[in-house]
Design a protein around this ligand. Structure first.
Ligand code: 26Q
Length: 823
């Protein structure tokens, strides 16, 4: 008889069944008859985890023995989404696991649904970090993702009476089977106090930081496996806790209350993710968080380096550190501090190493989103880092003065310290000065980075600037999210190789006009629309019809993203139906999803408006179900996976020049949605890839926006000149959507008519025309389906694998190190 496969590593259905039963028994202490859905999920998670760990250990051994150059991705956010389904796919045992579940009479889908996702991010930037971790492992590039293990991630969103209500996200409540605590990997992190000068053993003047408070960070590791490879990388998240020694000290002198208080204060630092996607003035805890994870991470990198390579002089040969926006930019000052003060290096050498280690990705041009911190706060919290930043600034500005003689205005503009009003540290300037490469996240965005916010820096160091257009993981956003489509693609491509080589999607093109293939394509779309309809029926109390055109806008609620432009189109369609019941309207379901920052009043009012409009339209007999409006509550990765496959039309309607890249645009298009969009962010590149004839373009481009703004923009002229626009805005204020309250939505409409900073009214007419075109094309099902297939077929470039390949080659100079399969 055949030898049995090892229970913890075997990949066959039989091995998985045995492992599952074992884990249910030995980890959860349960047998089938009494197991809760959570027990069943945990047993599945541990079954996958054992197989992950085996590959992880082999990866770690290889990387250690070969002194592999390693990418350290520094990000305050990781929006990972559920692990189980993705891990099974990457292990290549999705099918075997499903069959094992069937044999055990388990409902596989219910088991998967039981997982609580780690929502350790706000939106695009955090999700990008997760896609990049997935691609780093898939490409076999040794990497560590460093971040914060927030005890509470992004809030869960409920909708009550049409308003957003935030519910705390207690994601660790039932335990997290994917993380491995590392109590021995912990580092002290200091705050406050003063600095003092002293002479070292060689008689050199040195600085020592005498902090007021010390806490510690402890590592929690999550293994990240690539697809179709045995490479496993590490996501290392830090949890803050009281430094043990300090605890004891307080206890010894009898200050029990003080000791417990210190413990609580320490634990507060990694307690909760800030739910805003732009900085708020002077939030001290946020700065503490940033320094906390950056300090632990830099100390950990130095420890790893000393354990393997040795001399710190070679630090930048072992590591490259990518800053995901400015949130971790303090790492530059922290590495300098560690090299200067703790490892007694001289300035020039320390600066050389630091500068060669860091690279910086910018994700925004919005002035209100650029991070700056009051010098006074810095001085109080991080006095030593402020000194170091001053010294970096001095060296840097000397360089500027040499290059641009007697240009004081330029020096003031470029300084790391802003002097207009309250003195502030400019984190983007620190990031650029301390890095050897700076990139934007889409072609237009990178161009605008060079010519607007970082123009002076580009004048000084043009070679430092580059572009890497964002990408998304086809494993997550096709295979996991849309398995039906995944299977069809595998059939066309002859296997799952396309998921590692997304250019293979091109092979779909040959079938774009084949009626039989088109029919299958539509069936897949309709099935996904049915699934979503069913979900929304119970979760959002709305009845959609899968025959309708599913028109979806899902992203953070923000004025620059212009959800209100979408609402104006809905209201226009509604008025057309009311005015002429025989008006030939293409049936549509308008679907929204997205969270608003809890303190962002206008965004929350927009959610209320969408729900108020939904309430009226969905219950108006005159509409007769032709159009429907739905707000999907709690847009997170899990729910996003339900949306993308069901979309016919993807709304990417930000004001040109405002959306750095967008990544939802890519996820929709990969799933066969057509885009209605402006020439903003990556939309431009998506349109170029899929062909202008397969993209519904409208509105001003970034240059036209700049011209209009320079001329002086007067939104009320549009309001006065366009009777339909006026009627739409007036209907909002009529009280129809607010039980007669004519003032509820005034803040929104007044802003539009009088200020309209994102030029909604200027693009209104063009948007309506593009939407009418959409409606016409949708009626020609063969034409639409062809366009849909071509969209998916031409999205190869937008795989995060392509993006990571570019980072690895052009920026990090790092080669893959594949882990050979065992046996
Ligand atoms: C900063 C300081 C204090 C508190 C919060 C923040 C903060 C947190 C999150 C600032 C910004 C963010 C998130 C930004 C973000 O998600 N940007 C998006 O990044 C995507 C990936 O590059 C792009 O596709 C989007 O265009 C961009 O908006």
């Amino acid at each position: 008889c055949e030898p049995r496969e090892p229970t913890r590593t075997g990949m066959s259905k039989e091995a998985l069944k045995q492992a599952y039963i074992d884990n249910l028994f030995f980890i959860q202490g349960r047998f089938r008859e009494v197991a809760t859905p959570h027990d069943l999920y945990m047993a599945a998670a541990y079954t996958a985890r054992d197989r992950l760990l085996e590959r992880w250990v082999r990866s770690a051994q290889l990387f250690k023995s070969s002194h592999a150059r390693t990418v350290c991705y520094l990000s305050a956010e990781y929006l990972l989404g559920p692990h189980l389904a993705k891990t099974l796919i990457n292990l290549g045992i999705s099918q075997a696991a499903r069959e094992a579940a069937e044999d055990l009479e388990l409902d596989f889908t219910t088991v998967l649904e039981e997982e609580e996702e780690p929502g350790l991010g706000n939106g695009g930037l955090g999700r990008l970090a997760a896609c990049y971790m997935d691609s780093l492992a898939t490409l076999g590039i040794p990497a560590i993702g460093y971040g914060i293990r927030y005890e509470f991630g992004i809030f869960d969103q409920r909708i009550e009476d049409g308003w957003q209500v935030e519910v705390s996200d207690n994601w660790l409540r039932n335990g997290n089977p994917w993380e491995i605590p590392r109590p021995k990997i912990c580092f002290p992190v200091c705050y406050g106090g003063d600095t003092e000068r002293y002479r070292d053993a060689d008689g050199q003047w040195r600085t020592r930081w005498v902090p007021a408070m010390v806490i510690q960070g402890m590592a929690y590791d999550t293994p990240i496996l690539g697809f179709g490879t045995d490479n496993v990388n590490l996501l290392r998240l830090w949890k803050s806790e009281a430094a043990e020694s300090l605890d004891f000290q307080a206890f010894n002198i009898g200050d029990y209350y003080g000791a417990v208080h210190a413990k609580i204060e320490a634990e507060t630092i990694s307690k909760i993710l800030y739910p805003n996607d732009e900085p708020e003035a002077g939030k001290e805890l946020r700065l503490k968080q940033q320094y906390f994870f950056v300090s632990c991470s830099m100390q950990d990198m130095i420890r790893l380096h000393l354990n393997t390579v040795g001399p710190l002089e070679q630090f930048d040969q072992k590591f490259v550190a990518q800053l995901n926006d400015t949130h971790p930019a303090l790492a530059i000052a922290e590495l300098m501090r560690l090299l200067l003060d703790e490892h007694l290096m001289d300035w020039e050498q320390a600066w050389g190493i630091t500068h060669r280690t860091f690279c910086y990705t910018n994700h925004t041009l919005l002035p209100e989103a650029l991070e700056t911190w009051p010098v006074a706060l810095f001085e109080r919290l991080l006095p030593r880092h402020l000194e170091i930043i001053y010294e970096i600034n001095q060296h840097f500005l000397d360089q500027v003065r040499v290059r641009f003689f007697a240009d004081d205005a330029r020096v003031a503009r470029m300084s790391l310290i802003g002097e207009d009003g309250e003195r502030r540290v400019r984190m983007a300037h620190l990031a650029v000065v301390g890095s050897h490469q700076v990139n934007g996240v889409a072609e237009l965005h990178s161009e605008l980075v060079r010519t607007t916010i970082l123009r002076d820096f580009h004048d000084l160091w043009p070679e430092r600037f580059t572009n890497v257009t964002n990408g998304v993981s086809p494993r997550r956003f096709i295979m996991v999210s849309n398995p039906r489509l995944g299977r069809l693609i595998s059939e066309v491509c002859g296997g799952t190789g396309w998921a590692r080589d997304l250019e293979q999607l091109r092979r779909l093109e040959e079938h774009a006009d084949d009626p039989a293939f088109q029919a299958r394509w539509r069936e897949i779309k309709t099935a996904a629309k049915r699934d979503l309809t069913e979900w929304l029926r119970t979760r959002a109390d709305v009845d959609l019809d899968p025959a309708q055109l599913f028109d979806i806008q899902a992203k953070r609620i923000h004025e620059y993203k212009r959800q209100h432009l979408n609402v104006l189109h809905i209201i226009r369609t509604y008025q057309r139906i009311k005015q002429d019941p025989n008006h030939d309207i293409t049936p549509r379901a308008f679907i929204f999803g997205g969270k608003a920052a809890p303190g962002y009043f206008t965004a929350k009012l927009l959610i209320k408006l969408i729900n108020a409009v939904a309430e009226v339209i969905n219950h108006d007999p005159a509409v007769n179900g032709t159009i429907r409006v739905a707000f999907m509550p709690d847009f997170n990765v899990k729910n996003a996976q339900r949306l993308y496959p069901a979309a016919d039309l993807s709304e990417q309607i930000s004001l040109a020049g405002k959306e750095a890249s967008g990544t939802g645009n890519m996820k929709f298009s990969m799933n066969g949605a057509l885009t209605i969009g402006t020439l903003d962010g990556a939309n431009i590149e998506i349109r170029r890839a899929v062909g202008a004839e397969n993209f519904f373009l409208f509105g001003m481009d970034a240059a036209a926006v700049a011209r209009r703004q320079a001329e002086g923009y007067h939104p009320w002229e549009h309001y006065h000149d366009d009777p339909e626009l006026r009627a739409d805005i007036d209907l909002i204020n009529s009280g129809l959507f607010s039980h007669g309250d004519t003032s509820l939505f005034r803040p929104l409409t007044d802003q539009l008519i009088n200020h309209d900073p994102f030029m909604v009214l200027a693009d209104y007419r063009a948007y309506l025309e593009a939407q009418d075109h959409v409606s016409d094309v949708y009626r020609d099902s063969a034409r639409w389906t062809r366009m849909s297939i071509l969209n998916a077929a031409r999205m190869g470039r937008f795989s995060s694998d392509r993006a990571i390949h570019e980072y690895a080659e052009r920026i990090w100079k790092i080669a893959p190190m594949p882990v050979e399969p065992d046996g």
